[in-house]
Design a protein around this ligand. Structure first.
Ligand code: ATP
Ligand code: MG
Length: 203
């Protein structure tokens, strides 16, 4: 894949993976900023599958996370949402996501967007070598985390500064549980969806 903002004529597709439980303005600003800086044609948001194992972390149903992601991105013609990880089922591995997206998008360069915290875990991911042949990686700044190249293959990753939004889904869930507002942390439609589905109430 291309490694920078220089165009080689191929379609340029950003990939924003996440649990999106719920999606918030930190995700949206990161995607929008990378799309502009890297001249992406589109950014596809890919909510993760539902982990089947009992884990210490409770995750909302995939359909709720998917719909919140659709609601949050619907107005932006450059943004779309993919169900591939949800429909594959089980825990999501980024290699599977990128492999499937490659198959679905011929003649397209993929740019996998990840926050500083997630980039730090990248070397612990499965099939690291294959990962970097599938996409160019873009690490974005995130308040509270240091953005550093964790020893990735040369040219395989770009580090990008995005407007700082100290928002996390964990904090949004905790706020809803306490009855604190999440207005302006997440899109209005997502506030209403959380309310309608009574998400995060009993946590
Ligand atoms: P949680 O607290 O549940 O882990 P989160 O806010 O970290 O939620 P995720 O769905 O885990 O959201 O994140 C998806 C991707 O978006 C990750 O690569 C993460 O680093 C990035 N990201 C999340 N929040 C921000 C933010 N405020 N600024 C920049 N990147 C972010
Ligand atoms: Mg996270």
């Amino acid at each position: 894949p291309g490694t920078g903002p220089v165009s080689n004529g191929k379609r340029r597709l950003g990939v924003m993976g996440g649990t999106f439980d719920p999606i918030h303005h930190g995700h949206l600003v990161a995607a929008s900023e990378v799309a502009a800086q890297f001249h992406l044609d589109e950014v596809v948001f890919v909510p993760t599958g539902q982990p089947w194992q009992k884990s210490d972390k409770r995750v909302s149903p995939a359909e709720d996370r998917y719909l919140m992601t659709v609601i949050a991105t619907a107005e932006n013609p450059q943004f779309s949402v993919s169900r591939i990880d949800i429909d594959r089922g089980g825990a999501t591995y980024t290699t599977d996501t990128l492999r499937d997206l490659r198959a679905l998008n011929p003649d397209t360069d993929l740019f996998f967007i990840t926050g500083a915290d997630a980039l730090g875990q990248i070397l612990t991911w499965r099939d690291t070598e294959e990962l970097f042949s599938l996409a160019h990686f873009i690490g974005v700044t995130r308040p509270g985390h240091t953005l550093a190249d964790p020893g990735l293959p040369k040219g395989g990753v770009s580090l990008v500064e995005v407007p700082a939004l100290a928002i996390s889904s964990t904090d949004c869930r905790a706020r809803v549980a306490k009855g604190d507002p999440v207005w302006y942390l997440v899109p209005d439609g997502v506030v209403r969806y959380i309310d309608k589905r009574e998400l995060y109430r009993g946590e």
